[in-house]
Each structure stands twice: as structure tokens, then as C-alpha cells.
Design a protein around this ligand. Structure first.
Ligand SMILES: *Cc1c(COP(=O)(O)O)cnc(C)c1O
Length: 359
């Protein structure tokens, strides 16, 4: 069986070693005679897995003591609602940077809950770009400020996070654990797991615990961060198998080290951008060079016909998932942690050959 090179945006490639490990343990988890899918979430076997995933995140991200690490359901999209529901009081304002499709969704959802101020808007800019970190005029006394650390569709990524007077909230769905970040700089970080962390079905939330105290009395129990902090994400049945895979992924990252993984990610992205920039205009990057993402590389070809052929021929050569998001078209290579350098090398070679044939 041959594994292909998977450039899917999410759900996305997982480390082969992790999949093999999950497969090997599937029928009989640690001699228990049943799979991890079949264990009680209150039993000691699963509890160890649950804690390993939390501790793995804590170690890798050097999460300070006054922060909780939570595994919640409803994806990052649920966090678009939970953040304002818990953190935005009735007479307050939340600042949002609208940097693209995902930030726009976060803004829209927050507007259904409270008072939102869009402090900078680059969502429709061509080329895709981010506001300068020091440019937004933050609202004095805002409840929080929200950014999207990596715009998965546009292919832009904050390289330096803004210093905001209010607690900074970041949607890190598509670049969580791709690089070291200082958690203490944020009030809350959230990420759907299915891009860089594990499978779909679970979202990671890292929250400074005092912020969870803001939730209004009337908020349903399941929608309160406080509930999940107090119950260590075991208030209800958690997505056990997804969390188990996160535990394996954190173990896999620790083997390499986050710094080393980050250097590899930078190298992979640099090779692709070099291929784009060195193509004499045949390939055109769609993000402003200073804001280019190391996770999602986006570009166009001279025509939509060529783009279609590029994606089709790449697929025939075992490079899958290169179609740009349906809202923007073009080509997108998502090159998350688990995407090997060999995949990028193969893609770069293919790009050169394709240009030679069609340029
Ligand atoms: C994929 C993605 C989301 C949505 O995640 P779901 O888990 O599908 O809700 C939100 N934000 C960003 C930046 C994403 O890449």
C-alpha cells in the first residue's frame, strides 16, 4: 500500500507513525482486551490517555499554571460563539481583526451575542494581507481582542502577535503547535484539532482561568468554560478517540521537539515560495510576501484551465488536496507539521516540470 502526499487543508495529514501506533493498539489497548474506543471515559485506562494529552500540550506549549487546557466539542466554530458568550459582558465591546474568511465568521458569530468593533479589516484585500501588528486602534477597556493567527484560506499568518491592552484571544486552528508561542501573551487560544493536532471532533482551548469567571449566570452549563475547567474536560463524555490521537501526536512532536519542527515548517514553506517566486511569473503567490503563511501556501497559474490541469496531473502523481478553497479558487498546498519535506520536494519538482511543459 502506498500512502500519497496529502496537502489537504483539514482534516489533514497525520503522522504515519501515529496512525500505525493507533492501528497496532486498536483491538487490544494496553492489554485491556478492548480498544480505547470501547473504554469508559471514567476508567483508569482512558483517564491516563486524557491526562497524557493535556500534559503533552502543557509541556510543548509551556502553558503557565494559571491557564487551563480543555478539550471541547463543536470545533473552532463553537468557539466563535463560546468566546463572546463567556467573555463579553452586556455593556462591553470586543475588538476583532477581520483578516479573512475565518475571522469574518468569528466576527459574525460574535455580533449575534454582543457589541463588536472591527478594528482592522483586510479580509477583502488583494493580495491577501494582515494589518500591521501595531496598526489596529484597540478600544480602551475592551473585553478582549480577537485575531486569527493563520488564515487557512487566504494563506496569511501573523508572524508577530499584537500587544493588546485587553486579553488577546486567538483562533490558532491552522497553526497551533507549528511554532513556539508565548501562551502568557494570550487570554485564550483555541483550535479545531483537524489541521495540525489530530483528527476532527475535538477543539483545544487554552484559557487563563480568571477569564472563565466572567460568564453570566444564565449561560447553559455545557457552554461555560468554568464547567469544563472544574471537570477537567470530563463533564460529559469527551471525544475519547480524538483525544487519544492528540496524545499520540503530542508524543510524536516531543520526539522531534517543537523548535526543530518549526524550523522544518519554515524550510518547507520557503522551498514552495522560492518555487513560486522563481517561476518568472508563471506561478503567482496570492498573499503579500511579508504575511505569507508557513502552513497554507496559496498561488495562481496564468489561467483557470491551467490550474485545473495542474491539480489533476498532480493528483495523478500522488499529490492530493491541492485545490484552492472553493471561495477563492487557485492552488493551495497545506503543509502542516505532519507533511514531510519529501512531499514539498515532490511538489516543487512537479511545479518545475509542469511549467516546462505548459509555460
Ligand atoms: C478550519 C478552521 C476553522 C473551523 O474549524 P471547525 O473545527 O470546522 O469549526 C476555524 N478557524 C480556522 C482558522 C480554521 O482554519
Amino acid at each position: 500500500m502506498a500512502r500519497v502526499f496529502n496537502f489537504n487543508a483539514g482534516p489533514a495529514v497525520l503522522p504515519e507513525e501515529v496512525l500505525a501506533e493507533a492501528q497496532a493498539e486498536l483491538l487490544d489497548f494496553k492489554g485491556s482486551g478492548m480498544s480505547v474506543l470501547e473504554h469508559s471515559h471514567r476508567g483508569k485506562e482512558y483517564e491516563a490517555v486524557h491526562q497524557e494529552a493535556i500534559d503533552g500540550i502543557r509541556r510543548l506549549m509551556k502553558v503557565p499554571e494559571d491557564y487551563a487546557v480543555l478539550f471541547l466539542q463543536g470545533g473552532a466554530s463553537m468557539q466563535f460563539a463560546m468566546v463572546p458568550m463567556n467573555l463579553l459582558g452586556p455593556n462591553q465591546t470586543a475588538d476583532y481583526v477581520n483578516s479573512g474568511a475565518w475571522a469574518s465568521k468569528a466576527v459574525k458569530e460574535a455580533q449575534t451575542i454582543g457589541n463588536v468593533r472591527v478594528v482592522a479589516n483586510t479580509a477583502k484585500d488583494i493580495p491577501a494581507r494582515l494589518p500591521k501588528a501595531d496598526a489596529p486602534a484597540w478600544t480602551p477597556g475592551a473585553a478582549y481582542a480577537h485575531i486569527t493567527s493563520n488564515e487557512t484560506i487566504a494563506g496569511t499568518q501573523w508572524k508577530n502577535f499584537p500587544r493588546t491592552p485587553a486579553p488577546l484571544v486567538a483562533d490558532m486552528s491552522s497553526d497551533i503547535l507549528s511554532r513556539p508561542v508565548e501562551v502568557g501573551q494570550f487570554g485564550l487560544i483555541y483550535a479545531g484539532a483537524q489541521k495540525n493536532l489530530g483528527p476532527a471532533g475535538v477543539a483545544l482551548v487554552i484559557i487563563r482561568k480568571d477569564l472563565a469567571e466572567r460568564a453570566p449566570e444564565k449561560l447553559p452549563v455545557m457552554l461555560r468554560y468554568k464547567t469544563h475547567i472544574e471537570e477537567n474536560s470530563l463533564y460529559n463524555t469527551p471525544p475519547c478517540f480524538a483525544i487519544y490521537l492528540i496524545a499520540l501526536v503530542t508524543r510524536w512532536i516531543e520526539k522531534t521537539g517543537l523548535e526543530q519542527l518549526y524550523r522544518r515548517n519554515v524550510e518547507k514553506a520557503a522551498r514552495l515560495y522560492a518555487a513560486i517566486d522563481g517561476s518568472g511569473g508563471f506561478y503567482r503567490g496570492t498573499a503579500a510576501p511579508e504575511d505569507r503563511s508557513d502552513m497554507n501556501v496559496t498561488w495562481r497559474l496564468p489561467s483557470e484551465e491551467l490550474e485545473e490541469r495542474f491539480i489533476k496531473e498532480a493528483s495523478a502523481e500522488g499529490m492530493k488536496g491541492l485545490k484552492g478553497h472553493r471561495s477563492v479558487g487557485g492552488v493551495r498546498a497545506s503543509i502542516y507539521n505532519a507533511c514531510p519535506l519529501a512531499a514539498v520536494e515532490a511538489l516543487v519538482a512537479f511545479m518545475k516540470e509542469f511549467q516546462r511543459k505548459s509555460g
